[in-house]
Write a protein that binds this ligand. Structure first.
Ligand code: MN3
Length: 240
């Protein structure tokens, strides 16, 4: 994909969209929990605020990528979901309930795909942070050692899952029973519909990295794990 640079018009629009979404959300105060309760008073879902500024993940992920990925793709899933559920049996239902109720049902595939993508992306933004990566906190480190032998093997498996997922999808660190596992899912699929509890995820759809890394998905995956991955978020999810 050819980029024509940071044209002021496009960047300006993306920033305004981002800021409008953030302030609208703050105004409704509807984002009480994570990440299921993202619906506003009228039952429609709103785009959850990013947990950091759109340039906070640079240079690993550019503000331009965040502008499209969050401002266009994530917003698009929210908008589509609202259209698809309006006036129907899923209107007003919590996001996680919609996902589990529609999973594997052909007649609801549109709702499932958009609902799961809303949830997966909110989870993905939380799975990274500026100055992330590094050594996991002790409790998570011990769990990695119990489950994989050592931290390095856990990271190696997560890297391999993210790199080898064929086509669009996600790599996940999950808790299954009392052990950690690494999994990968295609398209909008999510471990939420299984007995495994998601702890963190890496988006490996091309839109997550193509502007910054083009076809070099392994470079994106390595940089995210080394420099952005939010081990504290994974640990917090483990305890829930
Ligand atoms: Mn994505």
């Amino acid at each position: 994909m050819h980029s024509n640079g940071n044209g002021p018009t496009r960047t300006g629009i993306d920033r305004r969209t981002f800021l409008a979404a953030s302030s609208a959300l703050a105004a409704t105060a509807a984002f009480g929990g994570f990440p299921g309760s993202v619906s506003a008073g009228n039952g429609a879902f709103t785009l959850p605020a990013l947990p950091y500024a759109d340039n906070a993940l640079e240079p690993v992920i550019s503000a331009k990528t965040i502008g499209f990925h969050y401002g266009k793709h994530h917003q698009g899933y929210v908008t589509n979901l609202n259209k698809l559920i309006a006036g129907g049996e899923f209107a007003g239902q919590p996001l996680e309930k919609i996902i589990t109720a529609t999973a594997g049902k052909q007649e609801h595939s549109g709702i499932f795909n958009n609902a799961a993508q809303v949830w997966n992306h909110t989870f993905y933004w939380q799975s990274m942070k500026p100055k992330g990566g590094g050594t996991p906190p002790d409790e998570l480190k011990k769990k990695m050692q119990d489950s994989f032998g050592d931290v390095e093997t856990c990271i190696k498996e997560l890297t391999a899952a993210a790199t080898s997922q064929f086509g669009s999808g996600w790599a996940w660190l999950v808790l299954k029973g009392d052990k950690l596992e690494v999994t990968k899912t295609g398209n909008a699929e999510t471990p939420l519909t299984t007995d495994a509890k998601p702890l963190l995820t890496i988006d490996v759809w091309e839109h997550a990295y193509y502007l910054d890394y083009q076809n070099l998905r392994p470079d994106y995956v390595k940089a995210v794990i080394d420099k952005l991955i939010n081990w504290e978020f994974a640990l917090a999810n483990m305890g829930k």
